[in-house]
Design a binder for this molecule. Structure first.
Ligand SMILES: Nc1nc2c(ncn2[C@@H]2O[C@H](COP(=O)(O)OP(=O)(O)OP(=O)(O)O)[C@@H](O)[C@H]2O)c(=O)[nH]1
Ligand SMILES: [Mg+2]
Length: 494
């Protein structure tokens, strides 16, 4: 009987090697620890700055001169690196549970080999690919300010950041949207770049504890999380002399460094100047960027965790394939099944949240009871409502409802059900709750049964009519006049 269960639970290549190997495997699972690197690099910056092209250049993928604007809040690419700073996209990058399983089994297998002093090679699950205990990912954000409100869910202090800017954009001129029809974005290019830096600081350090110094090659170099500035479009600068172009862009970097003098976030900013041309595959500054952020990611993402946490992580990611979220109690029960003590379960879940594997917050009364097991699907669901790309809706009635969201910022339940029709019905109310708790939507009073209405502030139209007059309120009404930039963190205070 026991053997039957072992056969189910123990990886076949360990099982095949007999009782001693099974015993070592079980001991490792119970008490073993593993140093894993679960690191993330996040690219931020103005729309059209060249973030996606920079990710492609880092992964040595082909440059697209007509690269479309990143669709959705953020896209994630998982890759493996080796000592020569080669980064390679992982196949099946969305099967997180499988990656975690391979990583865990690889490490245990190595230990079983060592204890049995057995040099024979036993491939993992028939897969001969070498699995390092390292999973690294790049998160490429869409640069439109419309998505800004969602960033606070994803920016954590365990990641390394890059803020990209176009070297052709004059720092003192108004920042323009990628689509010329949209017009200026209400701040200068300099303020736009500082805005992103400040945003990382506000969402990570200011929210949590203070930043920690990172030491690279034995010396403290920067506070965590580190933020590197990357100038793109170097190939487009006017002078035929490269040195003259670099001098000019150096001036831009120095202007930004000067402007952040005395600000708390300055300690997080990498003073190395990365001036890249994304059109070529192996640009020297892309190599330098990869080398340095690779070191930052190693230093920040390395953590020794109990092996049973990885088992727990894999189980939650596996559930995520079919359910976007589960009640906290259920997650907790699974943690117990994986041999994690009651007190350690919340620590393990928080760790998984910080490294971007799941999402959980015990700060909010309502969300405390829910663990989001599939971030990818959750991002897709959020993107159906918070998007700069209108969906192709064939249904006329739904189209009118979409129109109402576009014009008035009012989301009807019927439209939301239509947009989420391919999602699990059981998740609907939880997601309404997630959006409400994160202040993305506010419920309005409505008459119609079964068609609740929600106000979506980030979808409300911005009127640029400066001649708008402040009218006197009557007893029933209070008018509030706001500018879009009031919501953004500007860079005037330390
Ligand atoms: N010549 C040249 N073109 C570039 C470079 N980097 C990006 N581009 C082009 O600039 C445009 C915008 O680049 P993207 O990489 O899509 O910019 P993004 O920051 O990801 O934009 P969003 O996703 O809209 O936020 C595309 O047409 C790219 O082909 C570069 O270094 N040189
Ligand atoms: Mg992009």
């Amino acid at each position: 009987m026991l053997e039957y269960f072992d056969k189910l639970l123990v990886p076949p290549e360990i099982f095949a090697r007999g009782k001693q190997a099974i015993k070592i495997y079980k001991n490792e699972l119970k008490d073993g620890k593993i140093a894993v690197v679960n690191s993330r690099c996040m690219l931020l910056g103005k729309e059209g700055a060249g973030k996606t092209s920079c990710v492609k250049a880092m992964l040595k993928e082909r440059f697209n001169p007509d690269e479309p604007s990143t669709d959705g809040i953020v896209t994630r690419t998982v890759f493996q690196s080796n000592s020569k700073s080669e980064w390679k996209r992982i196949k099946d990058e969305h099967d997180d549970a499988e990656l975690t399983r391979k990583m865990r089994e690889h490490v245990i297998k190595q230990r079983v080999d060592k204890e049995l002093e057995d040099n024979q090679s036993y491939p993992i699950g028939g897969d001969s690919v070498n699995i390092p205990n390292e999973i690294t990912s790049i998160w490429d954000y869409a640069g439109q300010l419309d998505y800004y409100i969602t960033h606070r869910f994803f920016l954590t202090n365990t990641a390394s950041y890059c803020v990209a800017f176009n070297a052709l954009d004059n720092l003192d001129e108004p920042a323009n949207a990628r689509d010329p029809a949209v017009g200026p974005l209400g701040m200068t290019n300099l303020d736009m770049n500082l805005f992103w830096i400040r945003s990382v600081y506000e969402h990570t350090v200011a929210q949590h504890v203070s930043g920690n110094p990172i030491s690279i090659d034995g010396r403290v170099s920067i506070e965590s999380p580190p933020i590197s500035l990357v100038a793109t479009h170097m190939d487009k600068l006017p002078s035929w002399r490269k040195s003259r172009n670099r001098k000019k862009v150096e001036g831009m970097f120095n202007e930004m460094f000067d402007k952040m003098e005395g600000m708390k976030y300055a300690a997080h900013v990498d003073r190395e100047m990365y001036m890249v041309d994304n059109t070529v595959k192996s640009h020297a500054d892309i190599k330098k960027l990869k080398r340095n952020i690779g070191k930052y990611m190693q230093a920040m993402g390395m953590k020794e965790v109990p092996i049973n946490w990885l088992n727990f992580q894999e189980r939650l990611q596996d559930i995520g394939k079919t359910k976007v979220c589960i009640p906290f109690n259920e997650a907790s029960r699974i943690g117990t099944e994986c041999g994690i003590s009651e007190e350690a379960i919340i620590v393990a879940i928080t760790y998984m949240n910080d490294i971007g594997k799941i999402m959980y917050s015990n700060k909010d009364e309502k969300l405390r009871n829910t663990v989001i097991t599939n971030l990818h699907t959750m991002i897709q669901m959020l993107t159906t409502v918070i998007t700069v790309f209108p969906p192709d809706i064939k249904d006329k009635e739904m189209n009118n409802r979409w129109e109402r969201l576009e014009v008035e910022g009012i989301l009807e339940e019927k439209l939301l059900r239509y947009l989420w029709q391919h999602q699990d019905e059981g998740n609907f109310d939880i997601f309404i709750e997630v959006m409400r708790v994160f202040r993305l939507i506010f419920e309005k009073k409505t008459e119609e049964e079964g068609n609740r209405e929600f106000l979506v502030p980030c979808r409300m139209k911005v009127y640029t009519n400066t001649s708008l007059e402040v009218t006197k309120d009557d007893t029933q009404m209070v008018s509030i006049y706001l500018r879009q930039t009031f919501f953004l963190m500007l860079c005037t205070t330390p």
